[in-house]
Design a protein around this ligand. Structure first.
Ligand code: PMV
Length: 357
């Protein structure tokens, strides 16, 4: 029996016409490569901690911004002549670890589509993967969209978000543009843990400046880090219990377009997540000296009257958010800052989409 991960009409159809579906999908597969583009995102109210590792359901909800400047384009072709899945990442053959993570994800789609065909997958990021910028979010969102279409499935935004979540928690948010909320869900099977758009990108045009402090890969990935925090951090329960208050405060800040409130809630959630991570055993310290230096720099700027705030994910880069009219002056000042290697500036981005469709 296949795993029913979607609240979908396919679950219903399967019991009645499973054989014909299998044939139809196998005929449709392997004709053309379907390509999709999904943008990266950064969380203002952070996700850290999993409820169920196998289903990849989050212990807390989150709210994010979609980044126009950072995206992944992924092509998928199911090919009856292939013996196993093939994966090209940024033009080079993937490692066995990367390939098997994508293969496991494709297995979910194959089960849903009733097919056994292997796929050729080609994925390209338009941003440096080595900088530790969340590439799994845009990568799994683009893969979910391209692979489901290539397999002949027409999934709703909600179904795609659930599917992308199985690859990476933050990928569930990368299906949508603008401001996005991810629900932690209450069900054991994870069918209500999906993201939905709150406001489109033009609702409140903010700009995000990514200050790259070093291009080293993080030592502890998010899955291992989250599990360590869940098992060992004395702050974990308080983190989960206080998450609903942060989400409510963020929804209010967005509804009122209150920048000061947006800044306060975002920095609170970010610093709380890092305090939780640091209080794990052994402590997870994602910051470098440069991160800390820049964090103070942003706060001083805000004290002096510039509407600006920071957020930091599981790595040393600082993401700085401000209204567009302040962005170029901030970038100019950052360019001469010794802690900054370089900057990437992004507006808020659009929904994920199939290319050429
Ligand atoms: O989606 P993952 O497993 O890469 O986890 C993302 C975790 C953070 O980036 C630190 C926070 C978030 O909500 O994106």
């Amino acid at each position: 029996m296949r795993a029913c991960f979607l609240i979908s009409r396919y679950s219903f159809i399967y019991f009645f016409i499973s054989l014909p579906m299998l044939q139809i999908n196998d005929v449709n597969m392997g004709i053309t490569m379907i390509k999709a583009r999904a943008h990266s995102n950064i969380a203002l109210v952070k996700y850290w901690g999993k409820k169920n590792i196998a289903l990849n359901t989050p212990a807390v909800g989150s709210i994010s911004l979609c980044l126009e400047a950072l995206y992944t384009e992924t092509g998928v072709l199911f090919d009856p002549l292939l013996e196993k899945d093939e994966l090209l990442l940024n033009g080079r053959p993937a490692t066995e670890k990367e390939r098997s993570r994508v293969s496991s994800f494709l297995d979910i789609i194959r089960r849903e589509a009733g097919s056994r065909q292997a796929a050729r997958v080609e994925s390209v990021n338009n941003f440096p993967t080595a900088a530790g910028l969340a590439s799994s979010a845009s990568a799994f969102a683009a893969l979910a969209l391209a692979a489901s279409r290539a397999a002949g499935l027409e999934l709703s935004g909600q179904e795609l978000s659930i599917l992308a979540r199985m690859g990476s928690g933050s990928a569930a948010r990368s299906l949508f543009g603008g401001f996005v909320e991810m629900h932690r869900g209450r069900r054991e099977d994870g069918r209500d843990a999906w993201a939905e758009p709150l406001y489109p990108a033009d609702y409140w045009p903010l700009q995000v400046i990514i200050a790259i402090t070093s291009e080293v890969q993080k030592k502890t990935g998010s899955t291992d880090g989250m599990e360590l925090s869940r098992r060992t951090s004395p702050y974990y329960r308080a983190w989960v219990d206080s998450s609903e208050d942060d989400l409510a405060a963020m929804r209010a800040a967005l509804a009122e377009k209150d920048f000061q409130k947006l800044a306060e809630v975002s920095e609170f959630s970010c610093l709380k997540m890092h305090a939780l991570a640091m209080a794990s055993n052994p402590g997870l310290i994602y910051w470098s000296a440069a991160t800390l230096e820049l964090l103070h720099w942003v706060r001083t700027l805000r004290e002096q009257g510039t509407p600006v705030f920071f957020t930091i994910d599981a790595g040393p880069q600082l993401k700085i958010i401000c209204p567009p009219s302040y962005s170029s002056a901030i970038v100019d000042q950052l360019s001469g800052h010794p802690a900054v290697e370089r900057t990437i500036v992004s507006a808020l981005g659009p929904d994920a989409r199939v290319l050429g469709a």
